[in-house]
Design a protein around this ligand. Structure first.
Ligand code: NAD
Length: 260
């Protein structure tokens, strides 16, 4: 379905981003991986995607807090693949704490990685997409782009911003064949969620098991985590040939969370 297309997926060495990269590659797209992690493990992921999917897979270690790294990453993808057709803005971190205790450096890092990096990737990829009259930009936002939870000030602010940026990008790309949509997952069991359980327990005065049952799964009427594979399949659809009239949309994939 995506043969001949090329994609950049930020934060794709783990969790949702890795799942999206695998699904895009399985559908024939060349991919550029990005994110942190053990160099040998990342090389194994990259090589296995080339081997198993018969696509080109590259890795660029750009730090999403650094605009010059981001510009260089998009330039490398354009040079290596000849173009960037699909851009998935996925890199993200979390910090859980009441506003008055929220460390300023955590606020700055979350805004930079979860929000500003999307502006920098879109800014760099947009001219080529517009010139070729084709582009699919997918923002991995969150249910927290639509509703808030206490103790996640920076994350909720960044994710609302990510959705706002998706809408502006959709309007600016609309006459140029470039779409931009946001995927808004509920809780997906990845390292990002696993790491926040102890801090949420502290902020709410609960045990870690209570956090899973009474905070995380209580938010989702299905009482189940959303799977990485389901999020990835939605990204493949939004990247594909039948989604040209879908733009500026927020796709909830949250077990019913924000329907409440
Ligand atoms: P994860 O921790 O498994 O993956 C995060 C990825 O981002 C990793 O590849 C990491 O190396 C990369 N990253 C972090 N800082 C970076 C930086 N400075 N530069 C480059 N890469 C960096 O987390 P995940 O749960 O897969 O999260 C992916 C996205 O999905 C995030 O934007 C997150 O907000 C969003 N999301 C997650 C959930 C969930 O429940 N897990 C729900 C809704 C939205």
């Amino acid at each position: 379905m995506l043969k001949g297309k090329s994609a950049v997926i930020t934060g794709s060495t783990s969790g949702i981003g890795l799942g999206v990269a695998k699904a895009l590659a399985a559908n024939g797209a060349d991919i550029m991986l990005n994110g942190f992690g053990d160099a040998e493990e990342i090389e194994e992921i990259r090589a296995s995607l080339e081997r198993d999917c018969g696509v080109r897979a590259l890795y660029n270690g750009a730090d999403m807090t650094k605009p010059d790294h981001i510009t260089a990453m998009i330039a490398e993808a354009e040079e290596s693949f000849g173009k960037v057709d699909i851009l998935v803005n996925n890199a993200g971190i979390q910090h859980v704490s009441p506003i008055e205790d929220f460390p300023i450096e955590k606020w700055n890092a979350i805004i930079a990685i979860n929000l500003s990096s999307s502006f920098h990737t879109i800014r760099a990829a947009f001219p080529g997409m517009k010139a070729r009259k084709f582009g699919r930009i997918i923002q991995i936002a969150s249910a927290h782009a639509l509703v808030a939870s206490p103790f996640k000030s920076a994350y909720v602010a960044a994710k609302h911003g990510v959705l706002g940026l998706a809408k502006v990008t959709a309007l600016e790309g609309a006459e140029h064949g470039v779409t931009c949509n946001a995927i808004c997952p509920g809780y997906v069991k990845t390292p990002l969620v696993e790491k926040q359980i102890p801090d949420t327990a502290k902020a709410r005065g609960m045990t870690e098991e209570e956090v899973v049952q009474k905070v995380i799964l209580a938010a989702q009427p299905t009482k189940k985590f959303v799977s990485v594979e389901d999020v990835a399949a939605l990204a493949v659809f939004l990247a594909g040939p039948n989604s040209g009239s879908i733009t500026g949309a927020a796709y909830q994939i949250d077990g019913g969370w924000v329907a409440q």
